[in-house]
Design a protein around this ligand. Sequence first.
Ligand code: DAK
Length: 258
Amino acid sequence: MEMVLYEVSGSIGTITINRPKALNALCSQVLDELNEILDSVDLETVRCLIVTGSGEKSFVAGADIAEMSTLTKEQGEAFGKKGNDVFLKLEHFPIPTIAAVNGFALGGGCELSMACDIRLCADNAVFGQPEVGLGITPGFGGTQRLARIVGPNIAKEMILTARNIKADDAYRIGLVNAVYPHDELMAAAQKMAARIAGNAPIAVRASKKAITEGLDLPIEEAVALEEKLFGSCFDTADQKEGMGAFLEKRKPSGFVNK
Ligand code: DAK
């Protein structure tokens, strides 16, 4: 892999989009490599993923405008599908994902962060969906995920004005969970990832699935999904350990993902 890096430390995997000269813009090769890396994650050991960008300045500055500029209608559709397929894979990835947004998150970059479960950002982060200024719509789920995260009112304002927002505003509208000084961002993301990774993995995965999938369902079906996932945690070693530890007034001795 050249344009996307992957490293694992203990139970935390970190994916880094690595095209700093192009501010980590998403070309086809980046999307292909990201897809391959997601397929290769060892779900037996890795319990949380962090997604970030190389360099000081940018998370991902969007889909690659140079590559997109010459696409035909059919090629544009194929490019959109490639991005959507990999972002959907990330959104429904079995383990939680944290976007550590270390700078520009524009267009496809904002969309990549929104396909993650949680967004933390550096104080230099800039978010936006500038597509209508380029003559296109957001194409990697931006119209849908932004509206779901911040509500249709703010999403329409951001997308229709194509105005970028800074970290503090992203926090104010609920697009990010927290803002950190740039050099503290990765440590904060790792700390949160470690906290998630320390909880019972079957329950963590089931909770993510219930939220992600339930939000797209009518409430009756959503709570039925929750019931099913709740049930799936029982009779597991981790449920026995978690509840046993509480009853014995001690800390759980470590969850085994079984
Ligand atoms: N694509 C390609 N190259 C990019 C890029 C991008 N999105 N963003 C930056 N770069 C490149 C620049 O061209 C420059 O390359 P060189 O000239 O050095 O070779 C290098 O990165 C450094 O950029 P700047 O020199 O411009 O750096 P500045 O600090 O001055 O400015 C900036 C940073 C982020 C404000 C500026 O680079 C910028 O405005 N970049 C473009 C941001 C943007 O508009 N992003 C949204 C892209 S549109 C769809 C599928 C997908 C999409 C839509 C539809 N379907 C198929 C339906 C997605 C669309 C997008 O994401």
